[in-house]
Design a binder for this molecule. Structure first.
Ligand SMILES: CC(C)(COP(=O)(O)OP(=O)(O)OC[C@H]1O[C@@H](n2cnc3c(N)ncnc32)[C@H](O)[C@@H]1OP(=O)(O)O)[C@@H](O)C(=O)NCCC(=O)NCCS
Length: 145
C-alpha cells in the first residue's frame, strides 16, 4: 500500500476523531486537533487511492521553547505497523526545514519510543509530574548540520 501525506483540511476533522480513539472521548484532544487544522499545523496520512479517508495524522508547531515540535502522531489501530507513523514523522521533518526538531512521549509508550529510535531521535531530557508515575521523555533529532 502506498501512503500519501497532505495538509489537513476542515473536512478531515471527523475522520481524525474517528482515527484517534482518545479523541472520541476527550474534548481537549478534539479541540487540539481542530486548532491544529485551523492553524495549518496538521497533516494527514491516507492510502494514495483514497485520500479523502485519513488513517493517521501528525501535528507540527513551534510551541516548544520556540523550537519545531511534533506535538502529536496518531495512526488508527487498524493501520498500525505498516509504516504510516514513520512516514508522517519523516514528512513533518521535511516540512519544518529546520536544523533540529523535538518531540516527546510517555516513558510507557514503547511503540513511539521504538519509532523514534528507528528514525534517529536522541534523548533530550525528562519531565516529571505530568502523568503520575509515567515521565514525559523529550527527544530531539538533528536534521541539518
Ligand atoms: C506510535 C504510533 C504513531 C506508531 O505508528 P505506526 O504507524 O504503527 O508505526 P510504524 O508502522 O511506522 O512503525 C515504525 C517502527 O516503529 C516501531 N514500532 C511501531 N509500533 C511498535 C510496537 N507496537 N512495538 C514495538 N515497536 C513498534 C518499530 O520499530 C517499527 O518498525 P518495524 O515495523 O519495521 O519494526 C502508533 O502506535 C500510535 O498511533 N499510537 C497511539 C498514539 C501515540 O501514542 N502517539 C505517540 C505520542 S503523540
Amino acid at each position: 500500500m502506498s501512503w500519501q501525506i497532505r495538509k489537513a483540511v476542515p473536512s478531515d476533522f471527523r475522520w481524525l476523531v474517528h482515527v484517534d480513539a482518545f479523541a472520541e472521548n476527550d474534548h481537549g484532544r478534539r479541540r487540539q486537533i481542530a486548532k491544529a487544522i485551523s492553524k495549518g499545523e496538521c497533516w494527514v496520512a491516507s492510502d494514495a487511492d483514497d485520500t479523502a479517508a485519513p488513517v493517521g495524522y501528525g501535528c507540527l508547531d513551534k510551541s516548544f521553547f520556540g523550537e519545531w515540535f511534533v506535538s502529536l502522531v496518531v495512526v488508527s489501530d487498524a493501520h498500525r505497523r505498516r509504516g504510516v507513523g514513520r512516514k508522517i514523522i519523516a514528512h513533518l521533518e521535511q516540512c519544518s526545514a529546520a536544523e533540529k526538531i523535538f518531540t516527546s512521549t510517555n516513558m510507557s509508550n514503547t511503540p513511539m519510543r521504538e519509532l523514534l529510535a528507528q528514525l534517529g531521535y536522541q534523548s533530550s531530557g525528562v519531565v516529571e509530574n505530568l502523568d503520575p508515575g509515567d515521565p514525559e521523555l523529550i527527544f530531539m533529532k538533528i536534521l541539518q548540520q
